[in-house]
Write a protein that binds this ligand. Structure first.
Ligand code: FES
Length: 580
């Protein structure tokens, strides 16, 4: 009894003490049930409790190795005198979930936020890999603002198909178009399946998962080299171990997320996304994360900050290599070092050191993979934000993935009212389309689909493919896979289902795209636009109940990060009322 009372006096330092500290009925309940897991009494002596937030799932193949990663995090936590407790949250597998993982990103963020706040957790290690798992965990944790480190799961090893390197997603899109044009047999296409995904890990192109893992490092939320170590490389597990050690120190230092996720950190991340030729999905995810931590970030910041950033990383889909090559070439620290003054060198990171310190000596071992600032892969990188009557609240395009000749283009619209309409007609030989047409897809935005799926990189019509056409201007309110490429205008806001001008575009309307002038214009008289809008009727809501209804009623547009309006901001990590 005397020991228990002493413990209560000793243990009021961290929030977990509110559960495990008291020598009373509630303290008994909190400790006793935990002890059924074989946890000895000394673990409840007031040491920092570290939650390990795990998105492991066999339905999320990119994260299927996460229980092993969690074990390595635990080693580090124990070694530093902490008490690790692993907990699951809903996982999101990009390839299987329908209608789209993006519909559930905000739901998972709520799961993360409430799981952390409701439990005796003093610091947290976030395990994420597949696309949406990274922003969801950062958003949820940011709304609690405890000390946190993210450990990414790491990319798969390079795909290997008949002597060639092939990349997740990017090569699928290419092969699929080759099958449709007759350049590849269906048998060869099927053979490539197992050759593409041959180890644990997430997509190994510079798609959304690799981009967001790089964002984690650029924000300072991950340890140096977090972005690129392959999932199959033993150093991924050493990094997990180190993260476990470090998060215990962060709790002692009270190094909360808000001390790392400053405006400077977001500016660094935007510039890094430009330099790596990163995914357009990073735009909405960073806007949403900033909204949770109270940093003012807008779509225009992407345009302004990314404008002069050259693309330095020669990875698919903008270039030719893959993440394994990126790691061997030096990984993200080499890119950050190369960006020099474009990076806020004094931004703090989770290892307690600055961005500049971490990258000061970063070597580059392969200049074809990581180019120098003076000789970049492409000078025009970053994300271009377009404005005009077709997108008064903005739209985006990724210049490094687009065809230079199409960056200034005027063409007649070929309109698809929704994705079903697109699939029903795109292969029709009588479709009135040619290579100068502008393909327009409606009702695929945050509310329209719902969930803003990655369908913006519409496959080209077979009649164009057979002529050898490899790119056309495409416009939608949808997103695009980070592994995809093309002259694709995305995230049109307001979306068509919310009554944006996109909703009233008709076949044959002239559309002008001018990326250099950041302009997207529907060349139809204002009076005609107003006439069409007056007779426009919104589509039926997709659901009358459940999470889909909550999402539909509260989701914000792409320029606001597609978060739910009531989730913006943070509620901190105050200790809730007792449950008994
Ligand atoms: Fe999981 Fe690409 S499908 S990262």
């Amino acid at each position: 009894m005397r020991e228990a009372v002493d413990r209560e006096i000793r243990t009021m330092k961290f929030r977990s003490s509110a559960w495990f500290g008291p020598a009373d009925r509630d303290g008994f309940i909190h400790r006793s049930w935990m002890k059924n897991q074989g946890l000895p009494d000394h673990l409840f002596d007031g040491r920092p409790v570290i939650g390990i937030c795990n998105t492991w799932s066999e339905l999320t193949p990119c994260n299927s190795h996460f229980r092993r990663i969690a074990d390595y995090v635990k080693r580090g936590v124990y070694e530093a005198g902490g008490f690790p407790l692993e907990f699951p949250v809903m996982s999101m597998g990009e390839t299987l979930m329908r209608p789209t993982t993006m519909l559930f990103r905000n739901l998972v963020s709520m799961d993360v936020e409430e799981s952390i706040r409701a439990n005796p957790i003093d610091g947290v290690v976030l395990l994420a890999g597949c696309d949406k798992t990274t922003p969801a965990l950062l958003m949820g944790a940011a709304s609690c603002d405890l000390p946190a480190i993210m450990v990414s799961g790491g990319p798969m090893l390079n795909g290997k198909f008949r002597g060639q390197d092939i990349g997740s997603g990017t090569s699928v899109w290419q092969f699929s178009e080759d099958v449709r044009s007759g350049a590849m047999s269906l048998c060869d296409f099927m053979d490539a399946e197992a050759c593409m995904s041959r180890s644990a890990g997430h997509c190994m192109t510079m798609g959304t998962a690799s981009t967001m893992a790089s964002v984690v490092e650029a924000l300072g939320m991950g340890l140096p080299t977090n972005a690129a170590i392959p999932a199959a490389d033993s150093r991924r597990y050493a990094l997990a171990h180190t993260a476990g050690r470090r998060v215990v120190e962060m709790v002692h230092e009270d190094l909360r997320m808000s001390k790392i996720l400053t405006r400077a950190a977001f500016e660094n991340a935007i510039r890094v996304v430009g330099a790596i030729g990163g995914s357009t999905n990073a735009v909405i995810h960073l806007l949403a994360i900033a909204g949770r931590i109270g940093v003012k970030l807008t779509l225009d910041d992407w345009n302004d900050l990314g404008r002069d950033v050259p693309c330095l990383v020669n990875l698919m889909p903008s270039g030719k290599y893959l993440m394994e090559d990126f790691y061997y070439a030096g990984g993200l620290p080499a890119v950050i070092r190369e960006l020099g003054d474009m990076i806020h060198q004094d931004a703090l990171t989770v290892n307690g050191k600055t961005m500049g310190h971490n990258a000061a000596e970063a070597p580059c071992y392969n200049r074809d993979v990581i180019r120098s600032f003076q000789e970049p892969l492409r000078a025009d990188s970053g994300i271009a934000v377009l404005r005009g009557n077709l997108c008064p609240d903005g739209a985006i395009i990724k210049p490094s993935a687009a065809t230079p000749e199409l960056m200034k283009h005027r063409g007649r619209a070929v309109v698809f009212e929704n994705s079903d309409d697109f699939h029903a007609r795109i292969d029709d030989p009588n479709l009135d389309v040619d290579e100068h047409s502008v393909m327009v897809l409606k009702n695929c935005g945050p509310r329209g689909y719902p969930g803003m799926p990655e369908v913006g990189n519409m496959p080209l019509p077979p009649k164009s493919l057979k002529k050898g056409i490899t790119d056309m201007v495409r416009i939608s309110d949808a997103r695009m896979s980070g592994t995809a490429y093309g002259t694709v205008v995305l995230h049109v806001a307001p979306e068509s289902a919310a009554g944006g001008v996109l909703a009233i575009v008709q076949n044959g309307d002239p559309i002008e795209l001018d990326v250099a002038a950041r302009r997207l214009h529907l060349d139809v008289p204002d009076s005609e636009i107003e006439r069409r809008r007056a007779s426009w009727e919104p589509p039926e809501p997709p659901a009358g109940r459940g999470y889909c209804k909550l999402y539909y009623d509260h989701v914000m547009q792409a320029d606001r990060g597609v978060d739910l309006d009531f989730l913006v901001g943070a509620s901190g990590a105050g200790v809730p009322k007792a449950s008994h």
